[in-house]
Design a binder for this molecule. Sequence first.
Ligand code: RIB
Ligand code: CA
Length: 309
Amino acid sequence: MRLIIDTDAGVDDAQAIMLALAHPGVRVEAITTVTGNVHVDKVVHNVFTVLDLMRARVPVYRGADQPLVPGFWEPEERVHGADGLGGYRGERQTRGKTEPEAAAVALVRLVNQAPGAYTIVALGPLTNLALACRLDPSFPDKVGALVFMGGTISALGNTRNLTAEFNAFCDPEAVLVTLDAFPAATMLSWETTLKHSFSWQQYDTLAGLGTPAADFFHAITTSTVQFLRQFRQVPGYLLPDPLAMAITLEPGLIVESQHLYVTVELQGMLTRGQTVVDYMGISQRAPNVHVVTALNTAGVYDLFYRMLS
Ligand code: RIB
Ligand code: CA
């Protein structure tokens, strides 16, 4: 699999990127970055930190430094820290440098050079994907597959707009453009994330494996875990981006998904950023999203265990 990762790394993004880099059947050919959890310049630094740890060399492209519509974005420092990697202080500062092309331009060039060849997994706001759709209207047709972590199915969100998930909330217009342009994107929602967590026991096992990767995993997740464990509604160690990555790397991990029409609210005072799913076909709109509702969490744990070992 020839993979492009779009990311707002991000503590969970970092784990997802590690899963891809460690997977034997996948070649990560580009990483595009976007403002989301933290500003894109911090995202770039965090991506190079992960590449250094994994001894991987992948072209990194700097992308949008704010959503399409200004005025709503704010970083999520409670979960990811001000730096975006849970305050991780490695022994060496990364010296990685981004490629000269803007992320959206690189996305369009890459898929035009190899139509149908690339799988894109989007782990942050969809700003770069939306820009690529506007730069080249044939972009969606030339992408082999698009998987994204984002959105809500039944209005259980995780932002101050209670029905909106963070990636969609950051840039709802980008969600509208992207879902309107792609006929069959695969969506890993917040509700699906809540239903497929690791137990705290499993988290402790992974964090205690004693390898450099496991030590890094433990270091970057400590503050996130402290934040998450205060909410009784959080059932265990949550894996938003790693789940999206796992079903990208191994689609066989998907247990149930439905091809439905999905769009997004832009105007609601309380609901801007809420993705809405037409589960009965009432809208008569053509289905455009494979909504994943069940996956094999044990298989995801195996991927994590192998990667961190
Ligand atoms: O809502 C969770 C998503 O928002 C994850 O991708 C996390 O990294 C943040 O970007
Ligand atoms: Ca993310």
